[in-house]
Design a protein around this ligand. Structure first.
Ligand code: C5P
Length: 236
């Protein structure tokens, strides 16, 4: 099926760093669970054909019966169980996608402020180059530090970018990259790395400093501030 674009949204983390009993993706931001913000943006994107949501095994039923229907997420075609690491969860989602999928877009559920424009641009770049990610240029100076707490290098900031999600790939390329990563027992904190190690190039699409990852309690405060600013900008 040409032009079929599937979003895989990993939301199967345990939220250990958040220090709450509830996984962070189910905490409330504004008036809805954190993961619903990103899911709504993917739902509304005209470029997205379907969404595969990956959640902890124990939350599959809650998501199928409550989260998905109560937030009108009609494009969520499957809710699948995640794995131990993020890359295991993404692979479960990728393997659930149909083999006729053209492009897979991977987006962390805990980045609530993904925009429709980012999704469109990263998918278009993946169609052109095979693989593309949203990223922002590094503004701070970055030091490499040894275990004794002493600086060993100052890196060239002009060459450094911070990787975000969404990240988009041609279907066969991402499936191959994940399967190879698994066979080689590679640890990967994002999907692009698994593609890079195959020697394939990955394009960059400009992201946004608002596209934060909510990982720690203070990120939730930052998320609330961004949400308030966005809401007052849209309703002056
Ligand atoms: O691990 P990290 O904090 O970078 O999480 C990024 C995303 O990956 C989150 O949306 C989280 O729920 C998801 N994740 C997952 N399965 C895991 C670990 C993290 O789906 N085992």
């Amino acid at each position: 099926m040409a032009d079929w674009v599937t979003a895989v949204v990993p939301a199967a983390g345990r939220g250990v760093r958040m220090g709450t009993g509830v996984p962070k993706q189910f905490l409330t931001l504004g008036d809805i669970p954190l993961l619903v913000h990103a899911l709504r943006t993917f739902e509304a994107s005209l470029i997205i054909s379907e969404i595969i949501l990956v959640v902890p095994q124990d939350d599959c039923q809650y998501c199928r019966e409550t989260i998905v229907p109560s937030h009108g997420l009609t494009k969520v075609s499957q809710v699948v169980a995640g794995g131990r690491r993020r890359q295991d969860s993404v692979l479960n989602g990728v393997q659930a996608a149909k083999s006729t999928t053209e492009i897979l877009v991977i987006h962390d559920a805990v980045r609530p402020f993904v925009s429709s424009m980012m999704i469109t641009q990263v998918v278009e770049a993946a169609r052109q180059h095979g693989a593309a990610i949203v990223a922002i240029p590094m503004r701070d100076t970055v030091k490499q530090v040894n275990p004794d707490g002493v600086i060993t290098h100052t890196l060239n900031r002009d060459e450094l970018w911070l990787a975000q999600t969404p990240q988009a790939f041609r279907y066969e390329l991402l499936l191959q990259a994940h399967q190879q990563g698994k066979a080689d027992e590679v640890e990967a904190t994002d999907d692009a790395f698994l593609v890079e190690r195959l020697g394939r190039s990955v394009a960059i699409v400009q992201g946004s400093s608002d596209n934060i990852k909510v990982t720690r309690p203070e990120d939730l405060h930052m998320g609330q501030a961004i949400l308030t600013a966005k809401r007052s900008a849209s309703c002056p």
